[in-house]
Each structure stands twice: as C-alpha cells, then as structure tokens.
Design a protein around this ligand. Structure first.
Ligand SMILES: [Fe+2]
Ligand SMILES: [Fe+2]
Length: 358
C-alpha cells in the first residue's frame, strides 16, 4: 500500500529505474543530423558574434550552481497521489528533453572537432550545460524513488533525422521556449513562495540563463547562414516549426494542468504567456512569426484540447479496437483541420520588427 503510494502506477526496468515513457507524437524527441554539412558551414559572415558567445560559454557562469542543497534532504512522500504522478512525469519529460540536447550537442562537438573548432567548442560547452540539467533532474527523480537509466534511453530511443537548417529552427525554438518556461515558473514562485512545494524550482533562475545563451547561439548560427532565413521556403518552415512547438506544448501542458495547479499556476494562462513571449523573442531572428494575439489562434488550439480529451475517453473505454477506430476518426480529422487552419493563418512579417540587421 505504502509502496504503491510512493510509486504511483509506474513500471520499472529494475528496482528504482523507471521504464521510459512511451514515445508518442507529443513526447520529447531525439535528433540526429548531417554532421558533415554542419562541419563544412562557413561561419565567417557572423564569426565575431559566435566567438563572443563562445567566450561567454567558457566563463561558465553556472559552474557552481547545480549543487543539491540540504533542502532536498527530506521525505517527499507528502507529495502523493495524482500530484506525485504528474510531478514525476514533469521531471522525466524535462530530463529527457535536456538529455536529448546533451546527446545532439555532444555528437556535433565530436564530429566537428577537427573541421570547425569554434562551433565544436560551442557545442561541447552546451552539452556540458545540458548534462548538468539532465543530471540534476534525474537526481530529483530519485527523491521520488525513481530514476531514468540514461544509457538505456540513449540506446532504446529512435532518432529523428533533420537537415541542419531544421535542427537550427527546432533547437533555437526549444532553447527559447525552455528559457520562457523556466523563468515564468521561477517568477511566479518568487511572488508566491508558499507554492514552491519542491526546491528544484529555486534553481530555475540561473538555469534558464543557460537556455537563453544556447538560444542566442542558434540565433547567431542562423545569421551566419542567411540563406536559411531569407527566402520563401524559410518562411514556410519557420511557421511549421513554430506551430509544432507551440501546439505540442499546449496540448501536453493542458493535459497535465494538475501539475501547474499544484504550483498555483493555471496551465492555460501559463502556456499562453510562454507562447506569446517565445513568439516575440523569435521575431528577432525568424523572417515570420505566428499571429498568436489573434483570439482564433487559441480557440483552435482549445478545440484540439477538447478533441484529445474525447480521444483519451474513447481509448480508455472497453469497446473493440475497430469500433474505437471509427469513433476516433472525426476527432483526428478535426485536429488535422484545426492545425491546417492554424498553419495557414496569416503570419506576422518579422523583418520590420528586426530593424537593421545586427
Ligand atoms: Fe538545458
Ligand atoms: Fe539548452
């Protein structure tokens, strides 16, 4: 009884090691790319900025930040039931996302070492940061009597191949959205310390600065390859990546609103804030951003949230699989339709907001 309370409904590979969450369209991905193409990139159009960012990475501002304080040394069994389950899921998702960054950056650093030393060192120092982030989250999971076997995760997950320019769009966005996610939680708990039910959130202030610097690196990297930002294809792809990242986060977070509620946050308001802020940051480098101020934007996402709730109910019912297939069809169709409409919403040209090129 007590054990089931401590480890709510999670399967284990071996005692204390959690079976990684099933891969779905909404779980964090692992990436691989054309390493030779990145190695051959000529960064000279923006070398000064990249060099300045490298200097910042070398300073290593968070060298002494990720040290577990005595605050962690207590029983966390009072976080129980659904909150505990959501907490562990949050830690696992965050750890997986951080670790995915670590693996990609580490591999880039290794493959670029001899051909492109400036980029190789940047990737190596970013992988240092991501390893710390993932390790800190994994240690936090052990406070809830579970951990992830990161070696197992490395071998067992499937890797999505993206061409370098897509890696840059996707990682830029994930770093910037990561920054806004962490800082928003931090600021909220700074104003409402009574909601800080676990000490990890106190670390988010300096932590998110790592993500911000990583985002700035990809910003500088994309500017060194202006051809990936300045044609009509870039505009279409940027819209695609913005929508994918925003919709995935929105659907995930609202499904887990209990986690945010435990911190005194409203998941929907939190996500809208994070999306609006990330969209605004992105306008500094992407040629277009999404019209997230248009109320239709969130109305359509909310329709997808409702569809997903219906889909979950259908899957959990005791009806035969082929019946479920036909029951699910209209909701899948509606989701596809909403996302397509969102994709074709008139975007906002970012160039006028960027002023003269840096
Ligand atoms: Fe990170
Ligand atoms: Fe990062």
């Amino acid at each position: 009884m007590v054990d089931s309370l401590k480890k709510p409904g999670f399967e284990e590979i071996r005692p204390g090691v959690k079976v990684p969450a099933k891969e779905t369209i909404l779980t964090p991905r692992f990436y691989t790319t054309d390493f030779d193409a990145v190695a051959e990139m000529d960064i000279s159009p923006n070398e000064d900025e990249l060099q300045a960012i490298l200097e910042e990475f070398r300073v290593d501002y968070n060298r002494h930040h990720f040290v577990r304080t005595t605050e962690f040394e207590q029983s966390w069994d009072h976080i129980d039931g659904e909150t505990r389950q959501l907490f562990i899921e949050f830690l696992e998702r965050s750890c997986t996302a951080e670790f995915s960054g670590f693996l990609l950056y580490k591999e880039l650093a290794r493959k670029l070492k001899d051909k492109n030393p400036v980029l190789a060192e940047c990737f190596s120092l970013m992988s240092r940061d991501e390893a710390r982030h993932a390790g800190f989250l994994n240690k936090a999971m052990s406070d809830f009597n579970l951990q992830l076997d990161l070696g197992f995760l490395t071998k067992s997950r499937s890797y999505t191949f993206f061409k370098p320019k897509f890696i840059f769009y996707a990682t830029y966005l994930s770093e910037k959205i990561g920054y806004w996610r962490y800082i928003t939680i931090y600021r909220h708990l700074e104003a409402h310390p009574e909601d800080r039910i676990y000490p990890i959130f106190r670390f988010f202030e300096n932590w998110c600065q790592d993500e911000n610097r990583h985002g700035d690196f990809f910003d500088a990297m994309m500017r060194s390859q202006p051809q990936i930002l300045n044609d009509w294809k870039a505009k279409l792809w940027c819209r695609f990546f913005l929508l994918s990242v925003f919709a995935t986060m929105y659907l995930n977070d609202i499904q887990r609103s209990g986690f945010y509620k435990a911190l005194g946050l409203d998941a929907r308001e939190y996500d809208i804030h994070v999306i609006n802020k990330t969209n605004e940051s992105t306008a500094k480098v992407f040629p277009v951003v999404l019209d997230v101020e248009n109320p239709i934007f969130y109305q359509r996402l909310d329709q997808c949230v409702q569809n997903n709730a219906k889909l979950t109910a259908i899957v959990s019912a005791n009806t035969p699989k082929f019946v479920q297939f036909f029951q699910k069809l209209p909701y899948y169709t509606s989701n596809a339709w909403q996302l397509l409409q969102l994709y074709f919403m008139k975007p906002i040209e970012a160039a006028p907001l960027q002023g003269t090129a840096r």
